[in-house]
Design a protein around this ligand. Structure first.
Ligand code: KMH
Ligand code: ZN
Length: 272
C-alpha cells in the first residue's frame, strides 16, 4: 500500500476556544499548532484564517501573515488553503487566499445544510468558477464531497470538461446535513470514484477515528484536526492538533502503513 498522507485541519471556521481551548486563533497559535502537527506526521495543512477573537477571516493581509508564519515553521509542508471559508461568505471573499498562490486549495463540490439555519452554498456555477480559477493558476485542487451527489457532480463536470484530473477527493462525512460517516457510507463513496483517483477521509466528530481506521485499511488517506473533531476519545478533549495526528500515526503503525513525508505526498497525489 502507498504511504499514508495525513492532513491536519487546524482550526476551520466553526469551532471555538470555548468548546476546546486548544483551537488556534492567532497567527502565533496557528503557526505553533501547524509545527506540532507536522512534527507529529502531518504533510498537508488545511488552513482557515481567524481574527484575534476567533471570528472567521477573509482579509488578504491576515492570510498573508498566516501563510508566512506557517511557511517559516513548516517549510516542507503542503499548505492547503480553504476556498470554503465560512457559511455566509461570498465567493469573492472565499477566493481571497488564492491570490497568495498556495500549492493546494479545497474545491467544495455541492451545497448542503450545515446545521440549524445555515446553508453552505456551492452552486454548480460556483464550483465551475472556483475550479476554473484553481486550474488556471495551477493550484492543486482537493475535491471536498460531503455526500454522494457531490461525487456525481465532480464526475459529470469532468466529463463535460470543466474539471481536469488528477482527481483527489476528500470525503467529509458526518456534517449535520450531509452524509453520515458510517463505514458503509465511506465504502459507497470510495467505490464511486475512478480507480486512478486518490482520496482522503475526514470524519466529523465521533466519526473521525473510525473513518481514519477504515481509510488506513482500505489504502486511502486521512484528515484529522480540531476543525473536524475536538476529542481525543469520548469525553476527553484533545490538547492539540498534534494529539489527533499522533493517534492516527499509532493506528497506521498497527496496520503497517508508513507515513508519507510532504515530498512523498506530492508524488502520491501526482502534484508534480
Ligand atoms: N467552513 C465550512 C463552511 C473548506 O474548507 O473547503 C466549509 C469548509 C470547507 O470548511
Ligand atoms: Zn475547512
Amino acid at each position: 500500500m502507498e504511504k499514508l498522507i495525513i492532513t491536519c485541519a487546524l482550526t476551520g471556521a466553526e469551532v471555538t476556544q470555548h468548546q476546546n481551548p486548544a483551537v488556534p486563533y492567532t497567527v502565533e497559535q496557528m503557526a505553533q499548532s501547524a509545527w506540532e502537527a507536522c512534527r507529529a506526521g502531518a504533510s498537508i495543512l488545511h488552513i482557515h484564517a481567524r481574527e484575534e477573537d476567533g471570528t472567521p477571516s477573509f482579509r488578504p493581509e491576515r492570510f498573508a501573515e498566516l501563510m508566512a508564519a506557517i511557511r517559516l515553521r513548516c517549510p516542507e509542508a503542503i499548505l492547503q488553503m480553504t476556498t470554503g471559508g465560512a457559511v455566509g461568505m461570498t465567493v469573492e471573499e472565499r477566493l481571497k487566499p488564492i491570490a497568495l498562490r498556495p500549492e493546494m486549495a479545497t474545491l467544495d463540490c455541492g451545497t448542503l445544510n450545515f446545521g440549524g439555519d445555515d446553508i453552505f452554498v456551492n452552486t454548480e456555477n460556483t464550483i465551475k468558477h472556483i475550479g476554473g480559477v484553481l486550474q488556471s493558476m495551477r493550484i492543486f485542487k482537493e475535491l471536498e464531497c460531503f455526500e454522494k451527489g457531490h461525487v456525481d457532480t465532480v464526475l459529470r463536470l469532468v466529463r463535460q470538461g470543466f474539471l481536469q484530473p488528477p482527481l483527489h477527493f476528500s470525503f467529509v462525512l458526518g456534517v449535520q446535513g450531509g452524509m453520515t460517516g458510517e463505514e458503509r457510507d465511506f465504502r459507497f463513496l470510495r467505490e464511486s470514484i475512478p480507480t486512478d483517483a486518490t482520496y482522503s477521509v475526514a470524519g466529523i466528530g465521533r466519526y473521525e477515528f473510525p473513518l481514519a481506521e477504515a481509510s488506513i485499511r482500505a489504502g486511502g488517506h486521512v484528515r484529522v484536526g480540531l476543525e473536524d473533531n475536538l476529542y481525543l476519545e469520548k469525553g476527553i478533549l484533545a490538547t492539540s492538533n498534534a494529539d489527533l495526528v499522533q493517534k492516527v500515526v499509532r493506528m497506521a503503525q498497527q496496520y503497517g502503513r508508513e507515513i508519507a513525508s510532504p515530498a512523498e505526498a506530492r508524488k502520491i497525489l501526482r502534484m508534480e
